[in-house]
Design a protein around this ligand. Sequence first.
Ligand code: TXA
Ligand code: MG
Length: 310
Amino acid sequence: MSQGENAQALKNGALIAFPTETVYGLGADASNEKAVARIYEVKGRPQDHPLILHIASMNDITYWATDVSDYAMALARSFWPGPMTLIFKRSDAAKDFVTGGQDTVGLRVPDHALALELLQECKKIGVHAIAAPSANKFGHVSPTTAAAVQEEIGTYLSAEDLILDGGAAQVGLESTIIDCTGDAPKILRPGAITQEMIEKATGMQVSGDIDANIRVSGSLEKHYAPNAQILLDVQASAGQGFIAPAEVATPSGAIRLVSPANTDEFARTLYSALRDGDAQGLKTIAVIQPSGDGLAIAIRDRLMRASKGR
Ligand code: TXA
Ligand code: MG
């Protein structure tokens, strides 16, 4: 089907899983309460968790948000389309059923040709945003391929729903979330748009200690988790899965799941490696984490959550 036809399906209330550069999303028309409710059903997600609204361009910010600051505009100009979600005070268009009852709204322009074409076709027929969480069951690992979406939620979709295939996600980790409702930008979830990039683009200092911000806003419940138990920064025993930078040798008898040569590759391959471990029925996966700043911070954030006890 063409993206024009897919946009029409969304408008008629279908759910469409679609590729982005970060992870695959499970989308619905952001103004359609029934369709949005089905996202929560399919994911098994609590109703008070807000959804990110995906928009075609920065021109659509003011449809959904108010009180947009200069630094937020600078961020949008610098990094959209891209792996960054901005949190604004919501407009009247952003209803409780997409914001989880909060008075703020999260917006993002994804950097993926297929997603952008779908968003542009949506706009032509009056669908101003696609509300979409990652297309996984609540608490699980986000899908980075169409096959992983099918495996996660395929059986919960209806006949009119669709899964679009846009290849493997280029970034592989969810977007950086930046709270833009205060005097200075505040990072709520680290991602490929790093603190350094934000400070350079805005000429401002990111507000607060990034680790503390993330602990307060992001819940500490187990999240981004495979079925296997994740152990951090220990050598794997025989029979256990092992994920580590390429330069770290595989312990004898361990099952190497991936050997990323750099941090970008670590991010891009991490979730598929965790899925692979589950597919092999592994009980435990040991991960040697990447060191350093930038995207490595986002990788360690997700691994910390994945390793939390249930
Ligand atoms: O890369 C991504 O962001 C992917 C792709 C599909 O765009 N989406 C994604 O969505 O990761 P989700 O729903 O799995 O995670 C979105 C996070 C949630 O933790 C949610 O609480 C937070 O964004 N969020 C959304 N709107 C918010 C708001 N108004 N205030 C604070 N946090 C918000
Ligand atoms: Mg998610």
